[in-house]
Every structure is written in structure tokens, then in C-alpha cells.
Design a protein around this ligand. Structure first.
Ligand code: ADP
Length: 214
């Protein structure tokens, strides 16, 4: 079953002389539970594609469907909240919140999950990424690899069926890349749909169900 579908997607930034065509008539779909890697040269529109798919950017032309529902200006925020989470290159953890509060903020504020339930789920996911001992520390005390693992645990705590990863290892020191890839490999065995923009060509080939060139 298709959970994501993109048809004839076009995205331009700016106008006139400064207009940039980031995506030109892109169509593809993702099956439920599939792990899709998107690779391609810098500037080819990979980031724009997943930002359009999860409603962070409005499309210029074409359609994005999530679970058969058309994403529009009106529905994109709600669809995004219900279906997808994103892991960013720069982790994007809130520096003024503890790890636990970073994980529970979304479920409590956006999904109205009870605080104690959100905390229990957050703890499970911290265990899953091997960082349960870090629940009460602040992100700045952690290494880049640990912060990205926390960002993945945060995405999991939203319990959304789709997780987008936008170059999740590009900002990491080389020795920290593998610990993040290992977590992603683990998640690939679960029923989570993963769409991953990555430069890790070997990883993409080995682990993804499908590699898409953009
Ligand atoms: P990739 O992720 O493959 O490196 P991007 O999606 O980031 O590619 O960018 C595709 C093209 O769109 C590039 O030419 C980039 O400069 C341009 N672009 C991306 N975001 C913006 C933006 N917010 N404003 C203007 N141009 C942008």
C-alpha cells in the first residue's frame, strides 16, 4: 500500500532573474514500511523534495498525497503532524530543554498525550537508541552523534508512521557516523516508513529497500 505519493511535483524558489527551479516534474511513491534512500549531487533538490513531502514547503505545481489524502495549503500542517516526523542535519534539539522535555514536547503539545504516558514512551525510545541515562541532561552536554540519536528518539516518540531524515550524518565527525547509521538500520527492520536523504552511498545501497536518484 502506498503511504506517500508525489505526482508531477515542481518547486521553484524566487521570481524573475533570481528564480531557481529546484524540482521539475518529479513523480514517485513510497510503500508503507519501505526504507527509501534519496541520493544525488548537492543542489539537485533532495532536501526540497522531502520538505515538500512533509509540508514544510508549499509546492509550486503537482500533488503530494499522504495515505491517499491530498496535501493542500489548508491540510499540510495537520497531515504533517499526524503522519510525519523529521530528523535534521543539525539535530534541531531545543537547547533550553532537557533531553526528556525535548522528547515529550511534541506528543504533549501537538498530540495531547498525557505527560506521564509521553515520558514512558520517551524512556522506551531513549533505551532504543542506547541513551536512557541521558534523559535529564541538556543537549549541549552530548556529542553530535548522541544528539542525533536523541533527535531520532524524539521522532519515534511522535509515533508517526513516516520519518524523514535530511542528511542525518552530514554534520557529524566521522567517528560518530556509524552509531547513527546503526540506529537507522535497526529502525529499517520495523514497520516505520523511512525516507532518507543521504550522502552515504554504501549505506544507502546496503540498507535501503530502494535508492532514488534526484
Ligand atoms: P539538495 O538537498 O539536493 O542539496 P536543495 O533542495 O537544498 O538541494 O536545493 C535545490 C536548489 O534549490 C538549489 O539550487 C538551492 O540553492 C535552491 N534552494 C533551496 N532552498 C532554497 C530557498 N529557501 N530559497 C532559494 N533557493 C533555494
Amino acid at each position: 500500500m502506498k503511504i506517500l505519493e508525489v505526482t508531477n511535483l515542481c518547486k521553484t524558489y524566487g521570481k524573475g532573474d533570481t528564480m531557481v527551479k529546484a524540482l521539475d516534474n518529479v513523480s514517485f511513491s513510497v510503500e508503507k514500511g519501505e526504507f527509501v534512500a534519496i541520493i544525488g549531487p548537492s543542489g539537485s533538490g533532495k532536501s526540497t523534495l522531502i520538505r515538500c513531502m512533509n509540508g514544510l514547503e508549499e509546492v509550486t505545481k503537482g500533488e503530494v498525497y499522504i495515505d491517499g489524502q491530498l496535501m493542500t495549503h489548508k491540510t499540510r500542517a495537520a497531515l504533517n503532524r499526524q503522519y510525519s516526523s523529521m530528523v535534521f542535519q543539525q539535530f534541531n534539539l531545543y537547547p533550553h530543554l532537557t533531553v526528556m522535555d525535548n522528547l515529550t514536547l511534541g506528543p504533549v503539545k501537538l498530540k495531547k498525550v498525557r505527560k506521564d504516558e509521553a515520558e514512558a514512551l520517551a524512556m522506551e525510545n531513549l533505551k532504543r537508541v542506547g541513551l536512557e541515562k541521558k534523559a535529564l541532561v541538556y543537549p549541549a552536554t552530548l556529542s553530535g552523534g548522541q544528539q542525533q540519536r536523541i533527535a531520532i528518539a524524539r521522532a519515534l516518540t511522535m509515533k508517526n508512521p513516516v520519518i524523514y531524515f535530511d542528511e542525518p550524518t552530514s554534520a557529524l565527525d566521522p567517528e560518530m557516523v556509524q552509531e547513527v547509521l546503526d540506529i537507522m538500520i535497526e529502525l529499517g527492520h520495523d514497520n516505520i516508513t523511512m525516507v532518507v536523504v543521504t550522502h552515504e552511498m554504501g549505506f544507502a545501497r546496503e540498507v535501503a529497500d530502494r535508492v532514488v536518484f534526484c
